[in-house]
Design a protein around this ligand. Sequence first.
Ligand SMILES: Cc1cc2nc3c(=O)[nH]c(=O)nc-3n(C[C@H](O)[C@H](O)[C@H](O)COP(=O)(O)OP(=O)(O)OC[C@H]3O[C@@H](n4cnc5c(N)ncnc54)[C@H](O)[C@@H]3O)c2cc1C
Length: 391
Amino acid sequence: MSTSRESDLYDCIVIGAGVQGSFTAYSLSKRGQRTLLLEQFVLPHTRGSSHGQSRIIRKAYEQDFYTRMMEECYGLWAELEREGGVTLYRQTGLLVMGPEHSDSFTQMKSTLLQSEVPTVSLTPEDFSSHVPQMLLVPGDGAIVDVTAGVLYADRALRTAQDMFKKFGGVVRDQEKVVDITPGPVVTVTTSARSYRARSVVITAGPWANRLLAPTGLQLPLEVVKINVCYWKEKTPGTYNVKNRFPCFLLTEGEQGEDHIYGLPSNEYPGLVKICLHTGSPTDPDHRDRQTDRSDVDILSRFVSRCVPGLEPEPAIVESCMYTLTPDSHFVLDFHPRHRNIVIGAGFSGHGFKFGPLIGKILCELSLGEVPTHDLSPFRIRRFQGQTRSAL
Ligand SMILES: Cc1cc2nc3c(=O)[nH]c(=O)nc-3n(C[C@H](O)[C@H](O)[C@H](O)COP(=O)(O)OP(=O)(O)OC[C@H]3O[C@@H](n4cnc5c(N)ncnc54)[C@H](O)[C@@H]3O)c2cc1C
């Protein structure tokens, strides 16, 4: 292994080239910081949380702080589209459904209305003329977040990495970080060599705690495997954007149907992505050993009851991972003992849409600036008693 040289002193090293690391690196290099982005696998890859062609973008949230963050984030997505000369977002609307008087549905609806997000409220009588492809469960309410849509995820990741390189950033893939030595200058050792930097940002997704171990910190994170299910249309073309089929989200349902979401047919012609927002615990290095499919059974029952134009057995099942915090809110903070190590972790299955803003915030933290958003929901101290020293 070669030793580090002066020329290897970076302003910042970002560890992990998923959506959050790629956007952090992009923000840093755009601001003139000499930045290295390290990735353990050959890019692009499908072993983390950011792969695949589509993600939902929405302002519909129970917590208004997320809705406020998304107000800025839409602008940042548009900026990247202009810079890269690409289309990354397609507006489809998001149909939010759930028991009309449940906490989750009423909270999401009230955040949308109070934040003055453009919406359309659907009565049970209106529903079938607006969304003829689905059936509304009796007692459920329905409201559409008009601003929502689909992000072209793979393309977004590629564009962020391309722009990072264009601004002078360096990407080294197939270099696994095996050690981090904190200090005024941090030493990062990979499977190939050592690098030094004034600051480090850890955006390692499901591997976050592995990376944090040498720094003496363990966060209360749980990694789960998600079965990404695609369902075949009985009549091709029914569930696509041309037929005005929106993204949808069921906040609560019968028999474990909480937080089921779906997107219009996109990556595979004639197939519609519908998933359950939960999975079974897994080791990120052995993701495929987790073979639990109880979520697929729940989805099959939902599809046959509420999405009658689809075959009730998935045609394709792919894999992805969530890294969950106990409250499902992100971790965006300094390392408690080393202020020049910044952590972006625990995106709990809903972080993609925030990518450009997370990148901006982690960049601000690594530069020691006051972040442009209130980070109190995302601080590590909220886990008091749940963090562990790994030393
Ligand atoms: C099925 C599914 C559907 C989703 N749908 C949505 C949605 O509709 N809308 C939404 O907003 N969000 C959605 N999400 C969530 C979103 O995709 C994630 O929150 C986001 O991708 C997390 O990104 P990340 O950069 O934190 O992690 P990752 O993408 O996992 O990136 C971490 C990277 O770090 C690298 N790494 C780890 N350890 C090392 C090491 N030692 N050395 C070097 N590199 C290392 C990994 O290889 C990986 O590339 C979904 C997620 C899944 C799984």
